[in-house]
Design a protein around this ligand. Structure first.
Ligand code: GCO
Length: 255
């Protein structure tokens, strides 16, 4: 097999929402595959800590603090990354938050904040990075979808609507940009042990439910997503477009 298929040496990857959680796991995995990774978040202190950890591991890393819901700030940040770090070869639209509430009790702010951060951000960052990739006739865009792109549970209506929309934005980007040699796909985690899910993991009833609802019988570990994100970022996926890959321990296969 061609050993270069999964080699990201010489490529630069921007991962939004990557100072912790799944985004940080993606960044570490892409860096270990040879990429220079640009970490993003709003908190400069968290970014510095995350950057120091990857640097200490001998990996190539830069940071870019910007708010993924601020169009003007994104425009400045992408221009600065391309000028000061390198052209972006791989974009992972990963930033995401939860504001759990039943729909009948959900405030407009809880709705808008989740849709802005989890969905609109991918459009705003994508419309700065996509045209640059198009001009270079090369690029990989990976949107962090979710099993909640397909199913949801009470109190996650805003999050599921956003992740469902992100599935369709992924297909829209692929439809328009594949002819320019961009590959746009989604990675869709099931239930993983992350900071975002800490309250759920530590809740005995929820933990029991998830381990029963997931055929693998357990929560996923963030490192178990790395193979899929490296595949979607590499030459190995050059003819894969508009696909959502579910890494969920079989959850969506089972009722
Ligand atoms: C929840 C969880 C989910 C999952 C995530 C998996 O509240 O049920 O946080 O949203 O963790 O969507 O991709």
């Amino acid at each position: 097999m061609n050993s270069k298929l999964f080699d990201l040496t010489g490529r630069t990857a921007l991962i939004t929402g990557s100072s912790q959680g799944l985004g940080f796991a993606f960044a570490r995995g892409l860096a270990e595959a040879g990429a220079t990774v640009v970490l993003n978040g709003r908190d400069e202190k968290k970014l510095a800590l995350a950057s120091a950890e990857l640097t200490a591991a001998g990996l190539k890393v830069a940071t870019a603090a910007f708010d993924v819901t601020d169009g003007a700030g994104i425009e400045r940040a992408i221009a600065r990354i391309e000028a000061e770090v390198a052209p972006i070869d791989i974009l992972v639209n990963n930033a995401g938050i939860h504001r759990r509430a039943l729909l009948a009790e959900m405030t407009e702010a809880q709705w808008r904040e989740v849709l802005d951060t989890n969905l609109t951000s991918a459009f705003l960052v994508g419309r700065q990075v996509g045209p640059r990739m198009i001009a270079r006739r090369s690029g990989k865009i990976i949107n962090t979808c979710s099993v909640m792109s397909e199913v949801c549970r009470p109190t996650t209506g805003n999050y599921a609507a956003a992740k469902g929309g992100l599935k369709m934005l992924t297909r829209a980007m692929a439809t328009e940009w594949a002819k320019h040699n961009l590959q746009v796909n989604g990675i869709a985690p099931g239930y993983f042990e992350t900071e975002l899910n800490k309250p759920l993991v530590e809740n005995p009833d929820f933990n029991k439910w998830i381990c029963g609802r997931t055929p693998a019988g357990r929560w996923g570990k963030p490192a178990e997503l790395v193979g899929t994100v490296v595949f979607l970022a590499s030459t190995a996926s050059d003819f894969v477009n508009g696909q959502i890959i579910y890494v969920d321990g079989g959850l969506l296969a089972a009722i």
